[in-house]
Design a protein around this ligand. Sequence first.
Ligand code: ZN
Ligand code: ZN
Length: 280
Amino acid sequence: MSLLKMGPTEEKGAHERGGVATSTRSGRQRFDRVSGAGLRGYVARLVNTINAQLRRALPGYCAFCLGPVRGDHPWCEGCLVEMPWNTSACWRCAEPLPSVAGGDRTLCGRCLKRPPAQVRSLAPWRYEGRMVRLVQRYKFGAEAWAGEVMIQLMVVALANAALRVDAVIGVPGHRERTRQQGFDHVAWLTRRLAGRLELPLIEARRRRETPSQRGLDRQHRRRNLRGAFALSQALPKRVMIIDDVMTTGATLDALARACLDAGAEEVVALAFARTPPGGI
Ligand SMILES: [Zn+2]
Ligand SMILES: [Zn+2]
């Protein structure tokens, strides 16, 4: 099935957790406690904050600079051009490279020696600047609107990448971390992306709760994740595995291996962004 397709961009409820109602409510609570000379300045600041949040939550304004946008996407042309595109990257692991003199399919030194299980990794943006802020608004601020912007950006990147896949699979979250954050952010992205691309969603699970990857080098991350994932069913030929941010690639590599064990013949990986080298 080809991915050269742009689905509808609107989804009921996607903007509803954008923070407007919450901010208005919390604003009113704070308003009750303010009085006297500072009131006028306080109200002006409050109105500005609410206006900014409204603009961010409503279509028609750029999610990055809050300027007006033309067309269906929540970003303006200027911001689209200035995004930290990861165009010069290893074909197999998406690590940013100084140049891809060998053409689109250039591999990094590491992949020449020991390639990951996926045949290709696509991470359209480097995890820098405004992309860090966007991901954090979604992941830690639980702003559904930021997640929606990420999905729309990934759909555009996929339309240009011409990948052929039969199903999508998200990296399953840690039970404890999901409980702390209140939602499984990769599962949320994957489910909506599958819907937008009209592809079946297949669930993977963690066979064991692996210790945090933080602070581990590449080799230890790999060891930490060996045999960590399992699939709930036999897989079709070509599957796409999905994560939000790819750091060393050890997680996606481990999930790709589990997919091959579950009958997939070819695995491609998609992450919204890739941490630049040395960014662990
Ligand atoms: Zn903009
Ligand atoms: Zn590579």
